[in-house]
Design a protein around this ligand. Sequence first.
Ligand code: DAT
Ligand code: MG
Length: 140
Amino acid sequence: MAIERTLSIIKPDATRRNLTGKINAKFEEAGLRIVAQKRIHLTEAQAGQFYEVHKERPFYGELCQFMASAPVVVQVLEGEGAVAKNREVMGATNPAEAADGTVRKEFALSIGENSVHGSDSAENAAIEIAFFFSGLELVG
Ligand code: DAT
Ligand code: MG
């Protein structure tokens, strides 16, 4: 499998509880390398733009409000099959269904406040990385 990059976000419920280091340790233990990272505070409009694919879903307003409720850490993870590997480390969207040892099983509070975002395909990863990072911020 090829070396890939994926976009990860440590969400407000996790930054509020000071869990950035613990979550990053899980990525690194799984062989993912954090090649770019910054802490930002999204506006609701920016969160809405990022999650535009979900705009027809009933939880969209709540999701955008939550993502703007505290700082987030946006990051680029790199490694063999990084998109799928990150989704594995994250666990299922609903923490009640997430496997043992995953980020969401250990840290998520609910299906909405579920601690992390991860791109769901290589194509979306490229779009999502470009949403947050300029070429200059991405170390080759
Ligand atoms: P994932 O984040 O696992 O890719 P998704 O893309 O289906 O999941 O949804 C994006 C986010 O929206 C998810 O992380 C949390 C929120 N969300 C999804 N389903 C929800 C629901 N039924 N109720 C509340 N929030 C939900
Ligand atoms: Mg998704």
